[in-house]
Write a protein that binds this ligand. Structure first.
Ligand SMILES: [Mg+2]
Length: 458
């Protein structure tokens, strides 16, 4: 796991020290000694994580962090604030400025590396999703990526607290309930079950359950599909460093030490929930992008790309199960003259209406696609040539018999369609050959005077 870490500090010796430790773990290190330089490097997309000193002249770390988080181009880059031990209030200030994490100077080696690694993991995931979502830019994905938008999506988060000491969980619940809806489940077995079954936004798990290994619970949550992405924050005692490191290695997202500081807990929870929602949003937009990519925007039917991807599958399935498979290619007659005479808007209306009528005349399991322009393809599983001909004829009649109403009812257009039908013939057949035969049949229908159905020559 390699990543580019930007170390920002106004003291050269601090930069050198941090650089050496990170390079020993094979991270690439970039450095900046002012906030302005740091902002520029981030804006240019050169780094994956920022380690940010708080005390700097001109622009301090809080300001740098706020600016990074306010800029949609840099808001997704995780920021770790490096604070001084004698200013504990800086940790909360940093988290409130939007930082994902903080480290306290002098920086503990293991904490540094483990936390950087855990943020790199998250960053890689987010990058991957952003990359895929960017192809859907037309959908407004860029705005959806803006964390400010995401923060306003849903108000109360559902937090699962796993702790079996009432004195401890009562305190945690009191703190969290200000912003979230909290469920305490002292029994870890039940907690795992409920986490998989319900829609929690985060889990807070005590590292000191009385007769159960909390790390086992964390590892189980990480391995279940339903809870793999659930943010987990563990609560540790000050002498449980080994357990904390082990937990982070297992993929736990963050930890907090007792005695719990209310502001720190809320800030850490906010960060985790923000990130979870950010990733969910990205996943949804990726899903939408994928659907867009295989859908014809004018008609809502599948497009040619989808057909190309699925025809072979339907073909193999039919062959394997020894079932018939047929397809129809439909092409609107003299469509160019409709466009020329009435304009493209009317042409689009005709295409849309044609799609509606085709869909009405085929079954749900049939695959209807707009192949391009005024050409459509219907693939029909479990359908032999005789039945396919009947369906084609039904479509032809449906089009020819009822004129198309266009321009909000102001005009009626007679429209006709020519159709070519083919069917899977033998084990030597291929989807390409089937398409080709339907295309030849369509050509014959056009040549014979249009508004008719032709079947492939046997
Ligand atoms: Mg400094």
């Amino acid at each position: 796991m390699t990543a580019r870490i930007l170390v920002v500090d106004d003291v050269h010796a601090n930069i050198k020290l941090m650089e050496a430790r990170l390079m020993a773990e094979y991270f690439q290190v970039l450095t900046a000694n002012t906030g302005r330089d740091a902002l520029e490097i981030c804006e240019n997309g050169q780094c994956d994580i920022v380690l940010l000193d708080v005390m700097m002249p001109e622009m301090d770390g809080f300001e740098v962090c706020r600016r990074l988080k306010a800029n949609p181009k840099t808001a997704h880059i995780p920021v770790v604030m490096v604070t001084a031990l004698d200013h504990p209030e800086d940790r909360v200030k940093g988290l409130e400025a939007g930082a994902e994490d903080f480290l306290t100077k002098p920086v503990n080696d293991l904490a540094l590396i483990t936390r950087v690694k855990s943020l790199v993991r998250l960053k890689l995931l987010t990058d991957e999703l952003r990359l895929r979502a960017t192809t859907g830019r037309d959908l407004g994905v860029e705005e959806m990526l803006d964390p400010k938008v995401i923060g306003t999506q849903r108000e109360k988060a559902r937090v699962l607290v796993v702790d079996d000491r009432p004195s401890s969980y009562e305190r945690i619940v009191k703190f969290l309930a200000v912003e979230h809806s909290v469920a305490v489940i002292p029994d870890p077995h039940e907690a795992l079950f409920r986490a998989a079954d319900e829609d929690f936004d985060a889990a807070v798990i005590s590292l000191s359950l009385s007769d159960f290994d909390s790390l086992r619970l964390c590892s189980q949550l990480r391995s279940l599909e339903r809870t793999r992405m659930l943010p987990i924050l563990i609560v540790s005692e000050s002498d449980q460093d080994a357990g904390v490191l082990r937990a982070l290695e297992l993929g736990v997202n963050d930890y907090i030490r007792r005695p719990i500081d209310r502001k720190e807990l809320l800030a850490r929870m906010r960060t985790q929930i923000k990130r979870k929602r950010y990733n969910e949003m990205l996943r949804d937009s990726v899903q939408a992008t994928i659907e867009m990519a295989v859908t014809d925007s004018l008609t809502g039917l599948h497009n040619r790309r989808y057909l190309d991807g699925h025809l072979a599958g339907l073909f193999d399935k039919a062959l394997g199960r020894e079932k018939p498979l047929s397809l129809i290619i439909c092409d609107l007659d003299r469509f160019k003259s409709i466009n020329d005479e009435y304009g493209h808007d009317v042409g689009d209306e005709v295409i849309r209406e044609f799609a509606v009528r085709v869909r009405k005349n085929v079954r749900n399991l049939d695959l209807a696609c707009r192949f391009g322009g005024e050409e459509f393809v219907v693939v029909m599983p479990d359908t032999d040539i005789a039945l396919a001909r009947i369906v084609a004829e039904r479509i032809r009649l449906e089009i020819a018999t009822h004129p198309f109403i266009v321009k909000d009812g102001a005009a009626q257009l007679p429209v006709t369609v020519s159709l070519g039908v083919s069917t899977l013939e033998s084990a030597n057949d291929t989807p390409e050959k089937m398409m080709k035969r339907a295309d030849v049949a369509l050509y014959n229908a056009k040549r014979a005077g249009r508004n008719q159905v032709m079947t492939e020559a046997a």
